[in-house]
Design a protein around this ligand. Sequence first.
Ligand code: GSH
Length: 267
Amino acid sequence: MDFWFAKSARDCKRTSLDYKLARLNIDDMIELFFWPTPNGMKPLIFLYETGLKYGLTPVDINRGEQFTQRFLKIAPNGRIPAIVDSVPAGGGSPVSVFESGAILIYLAEKVGALLPQSLRARTEVLEWMMWQMAGLGPMLGQNHHFNVYAPEKVPYAIRRYNDEASRLYAVLDQRLAEREFICTDYTISDIACYPWVDRHERHQINLDDFPNVRRWFNGISERPAVIEAYREAKTVNVGAPVTKASHNVLFGQTAETVRKVATKIRK
Ligand SMILES: N[C@@H](CCC(=O)N[C@@H](CS)C(=O)NCC(=O)O)C(=O)O
């Protein structure tokens, strides 16, 4: 099915969120709703690795675009990334997927790449994917929050998340001591972890203390698909990463935020 694949991942089109969600009869197989953050980078790297044809729709989370009605229909958690597959296996209407781990598994199964099929190898990849999704990502996210974004310094929280970050990096370092990649080959488990480790300086982590992670990280950084994915990501957000206004959008959310948007959608 050659039409699934773009000649070059750079063939992708970029359009506004509203426009793209209003017209899902798109030529691209996968539409990626994206912002250049660690979770956003995971599917983008996957798309570059496999050459799957895609379009990219920026969702500016600093301006609250994650709360638009249409986006919430495909990503009810109000977080990027999300995808819409307009040509799902077996045909039928488009399939949308939110949660970066679910997206990687969905895409890997669709393409038949980067997720082994044998019971043992697949289970191992899924274990490390879940480790990333439930541990590495959330803990490093909190680490980053209390080190960088919190308006007041909370020593207990900073220590707690610095300790947890160093513990998690040590777990990864042990894992990589006798392996080139997290599992037997390069898989979606590496793609899931890499964009978080890419931010190691923000996590107060010196990779000299984790030599196996450093070797793995350097190797993945040199992959052409990874270089290209980051090159494209840099073109998406050209503004300041987080401003005072966007701080309120990102860090002032409560149950009320979710309910307000839901009420608007029902109207
Ligand atoms: N578990 C989710 C987390 C997604 C997530 O937290 N996305 C962030 C960017 S990395 C986001 O959309 N933030 C917007 C907000 O906090 O309002 C996943 O892995 O997809």
